[in-house]
Structure formats: C-alpha cells, structure tokens
Design a protein around this ligand. Structure first.
Ligand code: DON
Length: 555
C-alpha cells in the first residue's frame, strides 16, 4: 500500500504482513512505527517512535503533555504493564473546582491551566526504552523531530478538528499558538501542512537530555511559566518544578481474567476499564449468547444490564489503588458477579438509580495503537490528553498541548465528568493521586497462544467498545476487522439510556426493547478500535477502525 509523507488515505481494510504491524490513528504515525520495525527495531522501539509521532501529527490526542497505559506480551509470553497516567499536582485538593458555596465552577476542571495533571508520557517512553528498547532512544524520537520541523499533512478530519477548536485555542491561551491557527481566520483544509518548530525543539531537548529534557531545565521552566499565564488569575495552574521532577511512571501487574477458555490480559487500576471488561464478561458468561445471535434481544439485554451494573460499581469502588483500597478480589469474584445479575429479568429493563448525570460530550479524542514485531512481541497502548486537545493550553515556547485529565477525578460527589461518569470518595482528588481512567488496552490468548490485541479511545465507551469487539470475535465468529467495523452500542448506568451508532440496531429491535423500558439515543461514534490478530499461518493481521483515519501498515 502507498505510504510516505503526504499519504493521506487511511487504510479501510485489514492488512496482512509477515514481519510486523502497526495500527494507529494516523497514517503518518503508523508509517513511522513500521520504519522502525524495518530498521530492526522491536515492537517497543516502534511504540516509542509511534507515540512521539502521534504527539506531532495527531495533536488532538497524541501527546507529550498527557499520559497513557501500555499492556504488552513479550515474545517469551510474559506480560507487563506500564502506567504513565498523569498525577494530581502537589497543590491539588479535593475541593479545588468548587466555589465557596461548594458549587462546581463551570469548566474549571475541563479547560485551561487548572485542569492540567502532571504529564507522564515522556517518563513513560523513557521507562519503556530502558527496559525493552533495542535501538538508541535518539533514533526513535528523531522521526518525530523531523516531522515536527518539516510538517505533517492534514487529513480532512484533522483539518476540521483544528478549525472546530480554533476559537477555544485563542480564548484559552494568552499567546497565539500560531502553529495551530491560520492567519486571518482562513480555515485549515485537507492537504495543508502543519509545522511545529517549537515542539521540534522540545523533542530535541528530550532526545539530548532524556527525562531532564522535559521534567527539568527549559521545558519545565516553560511549563511552570505557562501555569502562571491564564486568561483569568483564578484559573492559574498549580504545577510546579517539584511536581515535574517527582513524576514517575509505574510498572504494574496486569489484570488477568478468563472467559470460556480465553485468557484476557488487561489494564488494572488506575483504570476501571480492565475491571469493567472482566466484570461484564463475568456477568454474561452463563448466557448462551452465541446461540441467540449478535443482535438478538436477549443478547443485548444481558450485555446492557451487565454494563449498567459495572458502571454503578465504578462510581463507588474504583480509583487509583495506590490511594484507595479498590476491592478488586470481590469485584471480580464469580459469585459476586452472578449475584449482581440476580435481579435482572428478561421481562423489563433495569432502572438506574435516580442520580443526576449530565450530558456526555461526544469525544473520541484519546488514541489507541497496537504494534507487533517479527519476534512476536505485541504492545498495546492507549494514550490521551483526555478531551480533544486536552485543556487547549499550549505551552508557550514549547509548542505542545497540556491535558485536562483532572476532570477524570470525581470533582464533587455525584457530579458528572466530561463523559457523564460520576464518582465519590474513592476517586476524589488528592495530591499525587492518579485520576480514574476507562482506558482498556487488552490482549487475548487461547491455549497460551496470542490471538489478538486491541484498545480504543472514547472515555467511558472504551470498555464497552473493547467488550463488543471481543464478543464479536470469540462469540460470534467474526474476523477482527468486521468485529471492529460493526456499529456499536453503549450503556453506562447513568444516564439511563443506551447510546447507539447509526444502524447499530434495526427499527424493529429498538421498538421491542423500548417496550421493555429501554431508552435510546443516537451517537455519532462509539470508540475507535485498533487491533492486531495473529492468523493461523503465523502472519499478522492489522485491523484499524474504518470510522476515521486509523491505519494499519505492515511489512
Ligand atoms: O482516561 C480516560 O478514561 C479518559 N481520559 C479517556 C479520554 C478519551 O478516551 C477521550 N476520547 N474519547
């Protein structure tokens, strides 16, 4: 397939290749990852190159100002997990987004300087390199540096996104982030080139000084200075040099579960996603959904009801396990999960408790990529700024967006975040705590053999997107690409509606379910899944979501 700088067409079909595969949200990033594989790099080397490339050519979610999770399976069949999620700054406190009366201050956790968590991506990449890298770090970051200087070519979607958020960039920053704004209000269009010399220089500092190139020295000075220049003094940021210097990504143990003989290796806390995936599977396991069929009313009922129960648990029990004792054992206990479904009836819809939940913003602006190499290493990464372009704050002089991940905390008990998720004590803000996530990078095995790996953006729709693709493959026998492209649905307890992509359910099915009390709401996109499967002949099959620009490239 064609590739190279200027290649604009996303790949819409599965790609098969012998040696290695990269599936990511942007063609240029997949190309850069594959180039590293071709040079003899392993999947971890390609991961680092892809992550930095996404920070350049997919600034809506790719980042050095955010964080993420990596789940991997090495060629030797060992698993590892890196948590490079952002952390609350030292000066953060439980009520930092509330006014004197205890009311939530509009948008304070969602845009601007105070919404920013301490970024983890750069330390994450360095830790991965230290443990698993085989090529020199400088060779892995260099393609991103070159891309930032030379410019990347906009696709239609990304041109539209930059146009859509233009006014926000101007309103939220005291300086004009020229690299993302065309002069005189001319809109961006597909085929335009975006150059980012300041970002290139920041990446050079990381190349030359490692951690100190970001968490200390000039980049740190610029981040801390940026914190002091919001448009209103009350919205000043609180990240200090000490916060940056202290930041450490953490190696964790994967969460492992089983479903009808399949082994699932996924993300533990501070994500709720892995727990959610395993809880929902545990609740539906006893039902013969393969026999019923993928769009049978009963299949959908048991999945929706299991989702309802997971999200109710999420609100109360899930958080950063370094700060809060997440009752993991109980949450994943077979008996507990079966008991959760005891009050479920096929005769009528369950009713979520009457707790206020707000509107959900339809954002898909996190990003997931999956990489496999010729030795058999597979890496699965979901990385994010949270919302589109994060807080919309661009660090003056350093050229990158900062996240708005603080909104993933429960900023007030029962108050919904961007994705409508609510929480309480468990996920309350505390200094240096990580905010609860839904990101679910996941690997699936059978009989000790790797089968497929996948993940998705989509806030709270992440675990349910991963779940549906998993079930489409293992229960309904679909090839991975078809399983990914199939229209999706999503339910999250609050609000008490089922979200549907276009054509997810036919009219008759919707009517039947409405009779039982289910309510539906259309949603443009639910998840953007990127995965890789190992075929029986030993080749890799890269499957990128056909919903947007996601692209698989192999060699
Ligand atoms: O960690 C999380 O769950 C969210 N910050 C992810 C955000 C996301 O997926 C945005 N795209 N929809």
């Amino acid at each position: 397939m064609p590739c190279g700088v200027g290649f604009l067409q996303a790949q819409k079909e599965a790609v098969i290749a012998e040696n290695g595969m990269v599936t990511s949200a942007y063609p240029e990033a997949s190309r850069i990852g594959v180039e590293i594989l071709k040079k003899g790099g392993n999947a971890f080397d390609a991961l680092i190159a892809t992550e930095f490339a996404l920070a350049v050519c997919f600034p809506i979610a790719g980042n050095i100002g955010g964080g993420g999770f990596m789940v991997c399976r090495t060629a030797q069949g060992e698993y590892d997990v890196l948590d490079y999620r952002e952390k609350a700054p030292l000066k953060a406190h439980e009520k930092m987004y509330l006014d004197a009366e205890g009311n939530v201050i509009d948008q304070l956790s969602q845009e601007g300087h105070l919404a920013v968590g301490v970024p983890g991506t750069v330390d994450g990449m360095l830790k991965i390199h230290q443990k698993y890298g085989s090529l020199p770090f400088k060779d892995l970051i260099q393609p991103a540096i070159d891309l930032a200087y030379q410019g990347y070519v906009l696709t239609q979607y990304e041109a539209e996104n930059l146009n859509k958020y233009r006014e926000d960039f101007l309103r939220i920053n005291t300086h004009i982030p020229h690299q993302f704004i065309k002069p005189e209000g001319i809109p961006w269009k597909a085929g335009d080139t975006v150059r980012q010399p300041e970002l290139a220089q920041t990446l050079e500092r990381i190349r030359d000084h490692g951690r100190a190139g970001f968490y200390e020295g000039k980049t740190a000075d610029l981040i801390v200075a940026e914190m002091q220049s919001p448009t209103q003094p009350a919205r000043r940021g609180i990240i200090t040099h000490e916060d940056l210097k202290n930041y450490q990504a953490v190696w964790r143990k994967p969460l492992i579960g089983y479903y009808k003989g399949y082994k699932i290796i996924t993300m533990p806390p501070p994500s709720s996603g892995g727990i959610g995936l395993l809880q929902i599977l545990g609740m539906i396991e006893k039902y013969p959904i393969a026999k019923w069929g993928v769009r049978d009313k009963r299949t959908l009922q048991v999945i929706i009801e299991a989702e309802r129960r997971f999200y109710a648990d999420r609100a109360t029990h899930m958080a950063d396990a370094d700060f809060y004792k997440v009752p993991l054992k109980t949450l994943l206990d077979k008996q507990y999960l079966q008991n959760r479904m005891k009050d479920f009836s096929f005769e009528k819809a369950g009713i979520s408790e009457n707790i206020t939940a707000g509107n959900i913003i339809e954002s898909e602006e996190t990003t997931h990529y999956t990489i496999a190499d010729k030795w058999g290493n597979v890496v699965c990464v979901t990385t994010t700024l949270n919302d589109a372009y994060g807080s919309k704050v661009v660090v003056k002089g350093a050229g990158f967006f900062l996240n708005n991940e603080m909104d993933d905390f429960s900023i007030k008990p029962g108050f919904p975040n961007l994705y409508g998720a609510i929480g309480g004590k468990a996920n309350a803000i505390a200094p240096q705590k990580r905010m609860l996530s839904s990101m679910t990078p996941t690997i699936v095995e059978k009989d000790n053999q790797f089968l497929f790996a996948l993940g998705s953006p989509g806030g709270t729709t992440i675990p349910t997107s991963v779940l549906q693709v998993f079930l489409n493959v293992v229960e309904f026998g679909m090839p991975l690409q078809k399983a990914i492209d199939m229209p999706r649905f999503h339910h999250q307890w609050q609000p008490d509606v089922v979200f549907l992509e276009k054509d997810a359910f036919d009219k008759h099915l919707i009517e039947e379910l409405e009779k039982l009390g289910y309510r539906f709401k259309g949603r443009k996109i639910i998840g953007r899944v990127n995965g890789i499967r190992k075929l029986k002949n030993g080749k890799w099959e890269g499957c990128a979501d056909s919903r947007k620009d996601d692209t698989a490239i192999g060699y």
